[in-house]
Design a protein around this ligand. Structure first.
Ligand SMILES: [Zn+2]
Length: 468
C-alpha cells in the first residue's frame, strides 16, 4: 500500500514515508476567528480531513492539529468596531467555525490549539532566535521600539519553500517596509501593544506575537521539531509558510521542520451566477442554508485538491444530483445488510481507494464510487452485500454516504421547510381520505406536499416520502 503525495518543497509527487510509521503528525493552518468563514476556508478543511481519513486507514496513529488564531489585528479591529470584547468575538467565531466544519462532515482534529494559550512558548522561541543571531530587537528609544524582527539574511536557504530569491520577495507587494527593519524583507516576530490593545509582558516590553510565530510555536509544543505533513491553502506558501520554516528551523539549529508540504488550490467563484441566486454566497453558513453539508463537501472534492476549483450554483446542483444517484442506489438495497471489508488492506483492489492513494485524486475516486454503486445494484445475493460494504467503506474515506438514504432524502435544508411532523400528519390525513374514498381530497394533499417540496412515493409496501 503506497501513498504518493505532491510535496511543494520539491515541486513533485513523492512516495510518502513518515518519520515514525507508528505515529504520524499533520498540521493545518486554521482560521483567524473574527467572522464566519467563507468557502475558501472550507476547502483546506475538507481536503485535509480526507487526507486524515486516508492516513488513518494506512497507519495506526495520526495526530492532526489545526489551530485557531485568536489574536490578530483583524480581531482587534472587529472588536473596536463592534464594542464586543476580543475574547467574546474570538470564542463566538471559533464555535461557529467548529459548527460549520461539523456540518461539512469533517472529523474533529486530534488537537485544536488556540494561539493565546501558547504565548509563553512563542516568547521562548523568539528569545532563542535572538540568542542564535537570527532575530533582533529594535533598539530602545528608536522608532519601532518593542518590535522583534526575524533577520532573513541570517538564513542561507530562506525562500526555498516558495522558490523565491530575496530580490523577488522584496519586489512583492506583501513585504511591509518599515524604517526600523535592518533589511526590508525582515518580518515581525513580536510587536508592541498600545495600552488599549491586548498584550503580554515579554523581555521586549508588553506586546503580542506576529501571525507566523503562532504556528511555529504551536507545532513545536504539540507535534515536535519535525513533522510529517503541513498543509494549507496555496496563498499561505509565501510569506506565511516560508516564515514558519525560517522560525522553526533556525530555532532548532537547522533541523528539518516539515517533510511534506501540501497546498490546496484556489477557489474561483462564478460571482455573478452565485450571487444572483444565493445572495451572500461566500459564507459557508449561507451556503448551508441552501444546500446540505454533504453536497458542499462533494462539490469541494469534485476537483483534485491542487487544481483550481470553479465554484458555482451549477456545481452544487450537480453535486446534489450525484449524491441523489448514489443514495438512490443505496436506498434500493436498504434492507440488505452491508458486509464491511475486514481491514483497509481488503480495499486495496478498489480503484476508488487507489485513486485516493495517488495524491488524493478525489474526482477519480468519486467516479469509481458511481461505478461501484452501479455494479452493486446489478449484483445479487452475497455479492451485493459485499459490494455495498465496499462502497460504504470507500465513501467513508471521502467523508461521503455515511447517513441512511432516508435521512439523506428527508433532510430539511431551509428553515421554512415543512417539518417531519407536518408531513406525517398530512400523509395520515391523505390515507384517511383514501379510506373514505375521497380521492380528490387525497390528491389535494399530495399537491399541497409537492408544493412544499415533498414527493410521495406509493408502493405495495406503503407510502414513503422524500424532499425534492
Ligand atoms: Zn500557519
Amino acid at each position: 500500500m503506497e501513498l504518493h503525495l505532491y510535496n511543494t518543497r520539491h515541486r513533485k509527487k513523492e512516495l510518502f514515508e513518515p518519520l515514525d510509521p507508528q505515529c504520524l503528525s499533520m498540521y493545518v493552518c486554521g482560521p483567524t476567528v473574527y467572522n464566519r468563514v467563507h468557502i475558501g476556508n472550507a476547502r483546506p478543511a475538507v481536503v485535509f480531513d480526507t487526507l486524515f481519513r486516508v492516513l488513518k486507514s494506512l497507519y495506526p496513529k495520526v495526530i492532526y492539529a489545526r489551530n485557531i488564531t485568536d489574536i490578530d489585528d483583524k480581531i482587534i479591529t472587529a472588536a473596536n468596531e463592534s464594542g464586543e470584547s476580543i475574547e467574546s468575538i474570538s470564542e463566538r467565531f471559533a464555535q461557529a467555525y467548529f459548527a460549520d466544519m461539523d456540518d461539512l462532515h469533517n472529523q474533529t482534529p486530534t488537537i485544536q490549539p488556540y494561539a493565546t494559550q501558547h504565548i509563553e512558548q512563542m516568547i521562548s522561541m523568539v528569545q532563542r532566535l535572538v540568542d542564535k543571531g537570527h532575530a533582533y530587537a529594535v533598539d530602545e528609544g528608536a522608532e519601532g521600539q518593542g518590535h522583534v524582527l526575524f533577520a532573513v539574511q541570517s538564513m542561507s536557504d530562506y525562500g526555498e519553500l516558495s522558490n523565491r530569491s530575496l530580490e523577488d520577495m522584496l519586489a512583492g507587494a506583501r513585504v511591509e517596509v518599515a524604517s526600523y527593519k535592518k533589511y526590508a524583507g525582515d518580518f515581525v516576530l513580536w510587536k508592541p501593544s498600545a495600552d488599549d490593545e491586548p498584550g503580554w509582558e515579554s523581555p521586549w516590553g508588553r506586546g503580542r506575537p506576529g501571525w507566523h510565530l503562532e504556528c511555529s510555536a504551536m507545532i513545536e509544543t504539540h507535534l515536535g521539531e519535525t513533522i510529517d505533513i503541513h498543509g494549507g491553502g496555496r496563498d499561505l506558501v509565501f510569506p506565511h509558510h516560508e516564515n514558519e520554516v525560517a522560525q522553526s528551523q533556525c530555532a532548532h539549529d537547522g533541523k528539518l521542520f516539515v517533510r511534506y508540504w501540501m497546498h490546496n488550490g484556489y477557489i474561483n467563484i462564478d460571482g455573478e451566477k452565485m450571487s444572483k441566486s444565493l445572495g451572500n454566497f461566500k459564507m459557508v453558513r449561507d451556503l448551508l442554508d441552501h444546500y446540505a453539508g454533504e453536497t458542499l463537501r462533494f462539490a469541494l472534492l469534485s476537483a483534485q485538491y491542487r487544481s483550481e476549483l470553479s465554484f458555482s450554483v451549477d456545481l452544487l446542483d450537480q453535486a446534489k444530483a450525484a449524491l441523489d444517484t448514489l443514495y438512490g442506489a443505496l436506498k434500493q438495497l436498504e434492507t440488505i445488510e452491508a458486509v464491511m471489508p475486514k481491514s483497509p488492506a481488503a480495499l486495496l483492489d478498489q480503484p476508488a481507494y487507489q485513486a485516493l492513494l495517488d495524491d488524493l485524486n478525489t474526482p477519480v475516486a468519486i467516479r469509481e464510487l458511481h461505478g461501484l454503486a452501479k455494479s452493486m445494484v446489478q449484483a445479487s445475493g452475497q455479492q451485493q452485500a459485499e459490494l455495498k460494504g465496499q462502497l460504504l467503506a470507500c465513501a467513508e474515506l471521502l467523508g461521503l454516504l455515511q447517513q441512511s438514504p432516508s435521512a439523506w432524502f428527508q433532510q430539511a435544508i431551509s428553515d421554512d421547510a415543512m417539518s417531519v411532523e407536518q408531513i406525517e400528519s398530512l400523509m395520515a390525513a391523505r390515507q384517511q381520505a383514501k379510506l373514505d374514498k375521497d380521492y380528490a381530497g387525497a390528491d389535494d394533499i399530495r399537491a399541497q406536499l409537492l408544493a412544499a417540496g415533498v414527493v410521495l412515493e406509493d408502493s405495495r409496501e406503503g407510502t414513503t416520502w422524500r424532499r425534492e
